[in-house]
Design a binder for this molecule. Sequence first.
Ligand code: FES
Length: 237
Amino acid sequence: MKTETYARVLFAGPDLDHGSLAELTRRQLTEQFGATVLGDLFDTDVGYDALWEQVRDCLSSEALPLLVVDLDPLGGSPQLDWLRGELQALAGERADRLFVCAGNAEEVAALAELIQQPDKHLGCVDVPQLPESHSWSCIPPHRYRVLLCNGPRCTRRGALPLWKLLREELKAAGRLETEDGVHITRTQCQFPCDQGPTLSVYPSGEWYRIRDAAEVKRLVQERFVEERAVPELIMRA
Ligand code: FES
């Protein structure tokens, strides 16, 4: 798709090609932007090669300026910096014609507004360099490892926005990748789907089912701030 500001807008993120969540996202994006948007979606579950190829096409056909919208709900600042750095390397001297922003595929109206606001987009020049010892080169500090299920049935039960909130709550509580905090890993199906969304905690080996925002907040406060088990949220064996 194109806008008044951009000759091309591309969308990159997980779950854009296959499965129920992809079907819903594609339908909502089509309703908001028209059917041509489907040609601008790049599912990063299978890697970034297709996106890079499309960016190269845009560069060679002068379809610039170009905006890449990162739709990964768990992306965060390091990923956005990485994306900008990769685009900068691809574009070379024309990196000043490439821009990125982070959007939410579940809120397409807000996404449409964001695309129309260049002041909320980041250029691909002067990208902050990842420090030599950055979070992708060493084991992050943590006391607990938390495995978040992103399998199809937990996703259908609302896992993605709940995991996003979990990350935000942990960060606000000072427990995200800290010495006394949590390191998060997303997983495929962990099996007790019918009780999900499923969240397991190691090394204690507890299995929790988290069904809404209130339960996310309770888990963060009681399990990871007060450091005690939350029996009401434990899955049945
Ligand atoms: S899909 Fe999450 S436990 Fe199966």
